[in-house]
Design a protein around this ligand. Structure first.
Ligand code: PLP
Length: 438
């Protein structure tokens, strides 16, 4: 029974499917967050999606703000993407040989992104990051990498590390199965902390191959950085001949076609992509200058390969989706819509004195149960506030709103979220906030 005394929506079929799934998969899922460990109830098994909606196995309909964790910037089952995929599939699904579709997607990206000159397609964000790091190490002939606490870069061994105590620390592994020797090559510092960064470069002079950052950190809340801090990272990397990697798996093609690099007008040395680039298919990519990319095999000595890299079906989906993003006014309309949505939720919460902030950039938003004007570091998030998110998540599901099942996750708005549906969503959010804070 919920806060209002009303029963929850039915999750009977989802619960049944989850019981079965638990016999097949560890924890019943193929990616951990899907198990709903941080929120109430059984995970919803999704049956279909269309536009801004998804339907679960029990027939419940939701306005979806998870959007497959970011890829679906045009919403679910977009006709253009679907038709292109069907067209490509009629000629076969994979050849392991070059196809013109790879050229087409690369051209679409490179012609409209001044920050990279060459690109390599892979099949996930993790793979993109892993390859970018190898490239940076091969190029600089150095071993250490520096990451920021609160940034997530996929399940790459060397990056599944968290900060220890102290200003500049070697990572402590945040997963079993990672040799300490790997974590020892990773330096972890806080976001928004210039002193820590300076100290790291002093302590490990001429040893740091790359600094990797999500320029818009969106995996541990939305920890928006000041442009000056990103600029500072750019400068300190240049001074030390260290490569700067922007992990734009979320922000790429989301904040603008040129991602966060374009948004902040800061040029990193390597950029990684994923999610949106594949139109909902498994695609990742990394790109850099011609000079840096010439180090990749078979041109250079850094090995990187993939059976399904540049897969035609996935390339087709990417081409169809990115072509839509290049239409005049696409980002302006999407971002304006998000801004209105977010501002009106914030006005509601502020008028009622709720300890609640909505942080947002472009079409990404994060609901934070905090008083702080800015949250720029992982350490500034109060873990106990997640109890409130948990309550809110349940009330929202009961009102037909689907958010990712963790208070540390951000929400996404797609071009398929209509004003009418956003109005409905707002009302559900207002009701849920009133319940959480009563
Ligand atoms: N980098 C960032 C910034 C991400 O958000 C993610 C996934 O959420 C990844 C890398 C890993 O991508 P994938 O899940 O496709 O392996």
């Amino acid at each position: 029974v919920t806060t209002t005394g009303k029963p929850d929506i039915s999750r009977e079929k989802s619960a049944e499917l989850f019981e079965k799934a638990k016999t097949y998969f560890p924890g019943g899922v193929n990616s951990p967050v899907r198990a709903f460990k941080s929120v109430y109830g059984t995970p919803l098994f999704i049956q279909k999606g269309d536009g801004c909606h998804v339907w679960d196995a029990d027939g419940n309909q939701f306005v979806d703000f998870c959007c497959s964790w970011g890829p679906l910037i045009l919403g679910h089952n977009n006709a253009k993407v679907r038709e292109k995929v069907i067209e490509v599939m009629q000629h076969g699904m994979s050849f392991g040989a070059p196809t013109a579709l790879e050229n087409d997607l690369a051209e679409l990206i490179l012609k409209n992104n001044k920050f990279i000159e060459k690109i390599r397609f892979v099949s996930s964000g993790t793979e993109a990051v892993m390859s970018a790091i190898r490239l940076a190490r091969g190029y600089t002939k150095r071993d250490k990498i520096l990451k920021f606490e609160g940034c997530y870069h996929g399940h790459v061994d060397a990056l599944l590390v968290k900060a220890g105590s102290g200003l500049v620390t070697f990572g402590e592994t945040s997963s079993a199965g990672i040799p300490k020797a790997f974590a020892d090559e990773t330096i972890v510092v806080s976001l928004n902390d210039r002193d820590a960064l300076k100290k790291a470069f002093e302590e490990f002079k001429d040893q740091i191959a790359a600094v990797i950052i999500e320029p818009i950190p969106a995996n541990n809340g939305l920890l928006l950085q000041e442009k000056e801090f990103l600029q500072f990272i750019r400068e300190i990397c240049t001074e030390n001949k260290t490569l700067l990697i922007f992990d734009e798996v979320i922000s790429g093609f989301r904040i603008s076609f040129e991602g966060a690099a374009g948004y902040y007008q800061i040029k990193p040395d390597i950029i990684t992509y994923g999610k949106i680039i594949g139109g909902g298919m498994p695609v990742g990519a990394y790109g850099a200058s011609k000079e840096i990319m010439s180090n990749i095999s078979p041109e250079g000595a850094v090995y990187q390969a993939g059976t399904l890299s540049g897969n035609p079906v996935a390339m087709g989906a990417g081409i169809a989706q990115l072509s839509e993003l290049l239409r005049l006014g696409f980002y302006r309309d999407l971002n304006n819509k998000t801004e209105e949505f977010v501002a009106s939720i914030q006005r509601f919460a502020t008028a009622r004195n709720y300890k609640f902030k909505v942080f947002s950039v472009g079409s990404i938003f994060w609901f934070a149960f905090t008083d702080l004007e800015h949250v720029r570091k992982a350490e500034e998030i109060d873990p106990t506030s997640m109890e409130k998110f948990k309550l809110m998540h349940r009330e929202l599901l009961n009102r037909g709103i689907y958010l990712g099942p963790s208070g540390y996750e951000v929400g996404f708005i797609s071009s398929a979220h209509t004003k009418v549906e956003l109005e409905k969503a707002k009302r559900a959010i207002f009701e849920s906030l009133d319940l959480v804070f009563r």
